[in-house]
Structure formats: C-alpha cells, structure tokens
Design a protein around this ligand. Structure first.
Ligand SMILES: *Cc1c(COP(=O)(O)O)cnc(C)c1O
Length: 424
C-alpha cells in the first residue's frame, strides 16, 4: 500500500519484523558474513542482492535510501557523503570526456565550480543557460554530444523557480534526461518526477537533515528515462567490463541508472555515508513534512514584512505576488516556497553587513535550511570564487542578503530583523 508523504517521512524505508528494533538500527559494520563463497561470488557478479562491503552499501544507509526514493516517487536512491558528491556522481554516471551538458546558470556556487572548473578538467563541458537567452539561443547549446540538462527546483541563492515541465520537454526532445537538484524544495513541497524530471539530486545537508548535523547528499532515479534510445549512453547499454560484461539496462531494467551509480561509481569513488550519518539523516526526515510547512509559512510572513519595510530595497521570495516566478511557484510549489529569502538592505554592501552583524536571534553561518534562522552574504562567502559576470548570471548582487527562515516563532524572527534594520 502506498502512503502519503507525511506518513512516508515518518515510516517509509524501514519496517521492522517481529521482535526487531522499532527504530532504524545503526549497522556499524564494514563487513558482511556469508555462508558460502559461492553466494559471495554471486554478489560480486551482481546476480544476488545483499551487502558486501560498506564502501558500496550498508543496511542503515539502504533503509534511508528507500525512504527518500519513496518520498520522491523513484525506483531507487543512492546516498553520498555530500551534495557535491551527489551532483558529481549523477553527472559522471552518464557523461564521458568529450561530451557536454546544459545547465541553468542560476544554481549553487559550489555546483558552478564543480561544473565549470573540475568537470572541465575531466573533459566534460558545461554550457550555461543564462536568464537573458532566447529559446533559439538555448537550443543552440545542444549538439550530439550533449548528455543531460541540469537545474535546481528553487535555485540557491537566486531563488529562481525551475520550469521543470519546460526543461523536461527540451531535454526529452534531444533524448537526454533532466536532472533536478531538489534541495530547497524537498519532496514535501515538490516532486520533480511528476513534472517529467528523470533524476533528482539533493544536498541532504539542508532541510532533509534539518538540524545542521550531517553533510550528505542523495541521487534518486525515477526509472522513467529510456537510456536505450539513440545510443547516447553506452555506459548503461553496453557491457561493463568491470563486471564481466553486465549490461545495466538489460540486467536492471528501470533501475539501470541508479544501479550503475552504486556498483561502478560508488565502488570506485567510495563516497557512501557512514551508518551513523544515515541514522541522523533518517531522524531529520521523520519531521521533514512538519518543518517544511513551518519554514514556508514563516518565510512568507517575513518576506511580506520585509516588502513593506522602507529600509529594504527589494525582496525576492517566490511566494510573493511581486516575484517574477510567482506563477511558476503556484504551479510547482503549491504547498509553500520553502524557507529561504533574499533581499537587499538600502545602502548596499555596507548596510547589508551592518544589518547582519546586528542580528541576535539569526546567526551568521555558512549554511542554510535548518531549524534555526540564519543569514549569509553570498557575494563575500559561498560565491566569492565567482567572477562578477558569474555572479550576475547566478542572480547575485553585492547587496544580496540570503536569509534562511527557521521554525522559531515568526514574531521573534521579525522582531530581530526589525531591530537589526534600525542599526543598519
Ligand atoms: C548546499 C547545496 C549543494 C552542495 O551540497 P553539500 O551537501 O554542501 O555538498 C548543492 N546544491 C544545492 C542547491 C545546495 O544548496
């Protein structure tokens, strides 16, 4: 029976048997014991299910993966030690040197570095869609070596809302998948697979954990993309020599992509989170539905307060009617627009810094999206490696303050902002 998302947050992924622990156990073991070498051989040949070694899978981690796959409505998931690792593996799983991919430009700064600098060194080229491009200019970015389209449901920190259906259509017209980073929305607010996305990635460090305890990431496979069309993905459709000629699409069907990511890339790169990290992530997920509701509610109230404050130059929150993405938000984020707001304090960079230094309840941290309200100046921190041009393309001005609204009492949050604005 398939439960609703609130029930999945609490219960999916782990169903104890008679007399077993009610709470997901931490399987703190690198190793798994088998009765015969024949069985272990079958595991190595990918003919049997089971855990072999905790670089590739671990029971605690697997239960959390199943919960997240259920929440997103996918066929399988793979947890990683960070959101960066999730994005890296998600792309490497279907690209090789000499190939390229297309990405929206308004995405997380760390992801821009990964794409534009590190992947470039590996011979994989990113081509950015900037906000000023016409449909024809976007179309011109694609060629026969393009392997995927990438975007963020709610871009960090520009807060652009991705038109998932539009980009899914564009990707599918080229027989390539749409990969969506769903970190800020979480499956509670948006399930990208329902709009045609094929692969979802997350930094679980943010709302999924929600307590700011563990850095992590996850890749989720919808199982919907047909990798066999057009011969663009030989890694999935041709024999893998490192597994005696296994063909992922043949042997694993709908789970081809996520199986390859685990048994090949996770085996080789070894970025599976420890069991304790997965346990903590699972605890966070248990309250995700409640938190996302409160984050969204509080953020909308704060955004409206800021919009009516004459010390504030501008406010960007997709839930505001004044937002250029309000219509997209109504379509893709009907249950709320998550907890992150950006705004400019009148007086530019200096006023922004003075405002931030005057906050008492909201802390200055290099983080967003946990229970505690926090604040950051991207141009001088998370995005400081970007050139001015890249900053503009990512939608970030020098006066931009990014505020992550927590789940405290919203009146306290607004009071804190009010007193800090008076100092600025
Ligand atoms: C934070 C973040 C990442 C990177 O995740 P880490 O867990 O910090 O490695 C990727 N994408 C988005 C949208 C993020 O907010």
């Amino acid at each position: 029976m398939s439960y609703k998302k609130e029930t999945q947050c609490v219960q999916a992924g782990y169903t104890p048997g008679n007399g077993e622990p009610r709470v997901l156990p931490i399987y703190q073991s690198t190793t798994y014991k088998y009765d015969s070498s024949e069985h272990l051989g079958k595991l190595f040949d990918l003919e049997a299910d089971g855990h072999m070694y905790s670089r590739i899978s671990n029971p605690t981690v697997s239960h959390v993966e199943e919960k997240i796959a259920a929440l997103e409505g996918g066929v399988g998931a793979l947890c990683t030690t960070s959101g960066q690792a999730a994005n890296l593996l998600a792309i490497l799983n279907i690209t090789s040197s000499g190939e390229n991919f297309v990405s929206l430009s308004s995405i997380y700064g760390g992801t821009i570095n990964l794409f534009a600098v590190t992947l470039k060194r590996l011979g994989i080229e990113v081509r950015f869609i900037t906000p000023d491009m016409t449909d024809e200019q976007v179309e011109a970015l694609f060629d026969d070596k393009t392997r995927l389209v990438f975007g963020e449901t709610i871009a960090n920190p520009a807060l652009d809302v991705l038109d998932i259906e539009k980009y899914a259509k564009i990707a599918h017209a080229h027989n390539i998948p749409l990969v969506v980073d769903n970190t800020f929305a979480t499956p509670v607010l948006c399930r990208p697979f329902e709009f045609g996305a094929d692969i979802v990635v997350h930094s679980t460090t943010k709302y999924m954990d929600g307590q700011a305890t563990v850095v992590g990431g996850v890749i989720v496979d919808s199982g919907n993309f047909d990798w066999t069309v057009d011969n663009k993905f030989p890694g999935l459709t041709e024999p893998d020599e490192s597994y005696h000629g296994v063909v992922y699409t043949k042997n694993f069907g709908k789970a081809a992509y996520i199986t390859k990511a685990r048994v090949q890339l996770m085996r080789d790169f070894g970025v599976l989170p420890p069991a304790v990290s997965a346990f903590l992530l699972n605890s966070g997920l248990t309250t995700l539905h409640l938190r996302m509701e409160r984050h969204s509610e509080n953020a909308l109230k704060v955004a409206k307060y800021l919009e009516n404050n004459d010390k504030v130059a501008w406010v960007n929150y997709p839930g505001l009617e004044s937002s250029k993405d309000f219509e997209l938000a109504k379509k893709y984020l009907p249950g709320g627009c998550s907890g992150v707001i950006s705004f400019g304090v009148k007086g530019g960079r200096d006023a922004a810094v003075k405002f931030m230094d005057s906050l008492k309840l909201a802390a200055i941290v290099v983080h967003v999206a946990d229970a505690r309200t926090c604040v950051l100046h991207p141009a001088s921190t998370t995005h400081r490696q970007l050139t001015d041009e890249q900053l503009v393309a990512a939608g970030i001005g020098a006066d931009l303050v990014r505020m992550s609204i927590g789940i405290e009492n919203v009146d306290d949050i607004i009071e804190d902002i009010e007193q800090a604005l008076c100092q600025a």
